[in-house]
Design a protein around this ligand. Sequence first.
Ligand code: ADP
Length: 392
Amino acid sequence: MARGMEIRANFEEQLERFFELLEQSVTTGDPAWMDPILLDWAKSSTETELEEEPYHVSFLINRMIALTIQVTRESLNKQEALDLLAAVIPIYSYGLEVVARYEMETRVAHISSEMDKVQKQLKRVDRSKSAFISVAAHELKTPITLIEGYASMMEDLMRAGKGVNLDSLLAGMTTGIDRLRAIVDDMIDVSMIDNDLLKLNFQPMQIGQMLEALQLEAEETVKHRRLTMDIRSFNGSKQWIYVDHTRLMQAIRNVINNAIKFTPDGGTITIDGRTLSGFIEVIITDTGIGISQDDQAIIFEKFGQLGRVDLHYSGKTKFKGGGPGLGLPIARGILEAHGGSIWVQSPGYDEKACPGSTFHILIPARAESPDSDMTRIFSALESPLDKEKDNG
Ligand code: ADP
C-alpha cells in the first residue's frame, strides 16, 4: 500500500514535470524542451519491461494524446480546443519520434548485452568442456597404462611358454579396471545429478552402522598410512532414518576418502555428529593440509580442481592424490537430493602446519519414507523403526 502511494506520488510529480515542459515547448515553439523527460522515461525501462513490453513509453504518450484530446473537447470551446491541439500535437509527435528512437536504442543495447552474456556463457561452457576432456583423458590414461603394462607382461610370459603363476598380474589388471570403472561411474553420477535424474531408494538405516561399515572399508588404508580413525558415538547415530543407503554411503565415503588422502601419515580423522531439529549432522574432521578460502568456494563445483592438473595422480587414498574433482560435487548432489547439505570449514591451506579441515554433512532425519510404497512395505514387515519405538 505504502509502495503504491509512493509510485503514485512519483508519477504525479513526473506528470507535473511533463506538462511544465510541454508548456515551455508550446510557448517557445521548441519541442526540444521535452528531451530530458522523454530521455528519462525511455531509459527508465526495467529489464522485465524490456522483455515483456518493449515500447511502453510510446504507448504512454499515445494515451496522453488521447487524454489531451478528450479533456480539450470536454473543457474548451471548439476554437480554443483547435488552437490548443494545433500547438500541442506537433510537440507530441516530436515526443513520439524521440521516444521511439530512444526506446529502440535502449532495446538494441539490452539485446546486445544479453547476447554478450550468452556468448560469455558459451565460452565458459566451451572452456570447461575442453578442460573436462583433458582431465578425463588424463585420469583415464593412468589405469589404461597400468592395464596395458600388465597385459604385455602376461603376453611375454605366455609366449615364453613358462608355467608361471599369473595371479599377481591379474590382480594388477583388476586394480586398473576397477579404477577405470570408478572414474566412469563418477562421470555418470555427475551427469545424472546435473540432469536431475538421480533416483533415491529410501530405506531405514542408522548412521552409526553406516559409519562403522565405512570404517571397515578404510581399515587397511588407515593402517597402511598409520592414521587414526576415531568414530564417536553421538546423539542420533542410532536413530533409524529413511535415506538412500547406497547413495548416502557413497557421499560420506567420498568425504572420508578425501580426509584420508589429504592428511599426512600419522594423522587423525575424527567422525562425530549431533542432532539438530529435523536433521542429523555428521562432522568429519581431519588433521590434514587444509583448504584455502578460495578453494573452499569451488571444491563442491564439478571439476573445481581443473586448474590444478598437477594434482591428478589417479590415487584413491594416496597422500594428496587428487582425482578428477568429482567426489565432492557428487556428495553435494546426493545430499541435496535428500534435502540435506554439505559444507566445509578450514583455517586455510598449509602443508607444513596442517591446520586440517572439517566437513559438515546435514542429513534430514526422516521417520517416514517420502516414497509411500516403501513405507507401506516396511510397515507391513514390522520395520526396524517400530522395533526401535517398542524398545525405547
Ligand atoms: P578429487 O579428490 O577427485 O580431486 P574431490 O571433489 O573429492 O575431488 O575434492 C576436490 C578437492 O578438494 C581435492 O582435490 C582437494 O584439493 C580438496 N579437498 C577435499 N577434501 C579435502 C580435505 N579433507 N583436505 C584438504 N583438501 C581437500
